[in-house]
Design a protein around this ligand. Structure first.
Ligand code: INI
Length: 163
């Protein structure tokens, strides 16, 4: 099947690695960004990427909130989703396996909790949480050679806000 056989609705408009985005115009949309302070050298870069994406996409606005660690992201996202006024919530964090024996709990609960909030409230909640084996892998995905997953998360938020 050639590219011409793909319906316009399925054709990618922008891509990063294997993620592609449609509806990249954020005009009129407002976002909440919740960022974990744990591993702030990494999460600060994710935040920069997310802000870059929202700015370039002409978002109407965004507000940044911070929480101690990735484990706290779901509750913060739930409060913000219930508060209203946001078209999508972007959750940013970095869980690094080498840092903790409870990596699986923190990473797993952050993922499950964020998805639960999205499904319970209907507000898109985007999983911009790096889960890596070591710091080098995290750096590569936070503005390094593998891009910026914060940027990717914000682009995904725009598409899901318009879904
Ligand atoms: N929080 C993170 O965001 N990343 C981590 O790598 C991490 N480690 O390594 O433990 C981490 N722990 C803190 C956790 O998110 C909670 O803030 C803490 O358990 C209090 O609830």
């Amino acid at each position: 099947m050639g590219i011409s056989a793909i319906s316009p609705a399925l054709a990618p408009t922008m891509s990063s690695d294997s993620l592609t985005w449609q509806n990249t115009d954020a005009r009129g949309l407002k976002f909440a960004i919740v960022v974990a302070r744990f591993n702030s050298n990494i999460t600060g870069k994710l935040l920069e990427g997310a802000v870059d994406a929202l700015t370039k996409s002409n978002a109407a606005g965004y507000t940044v909130f911070s929480v101690p660690g990735a484990f706290e992201l779901p509750l913060a996202a739930k409060k913000l989703a219930r508060r209203g006024g946001y078209d999508a919530i972007i959750a940013l964090g970095a869980v690094i396996r080498g840092d903790t024996p409870h990596f699986d709990y923190v990473a797993g609960e952050a993922a499950r909790g964020l998805q639960d909030v999205a499904l319970d409230t209907g507000v898109p909640v985007i999983f911009g949480v790096l889960t890596t084996d070591n710091l080098e892998q995290a750096e590569a995905r936070a503005g390094g050679e593998l891009g910026n997953k914060g940027y990717d998360a914000a682009m995904t938020a725009i598409e899901m806000a318009r879904f």
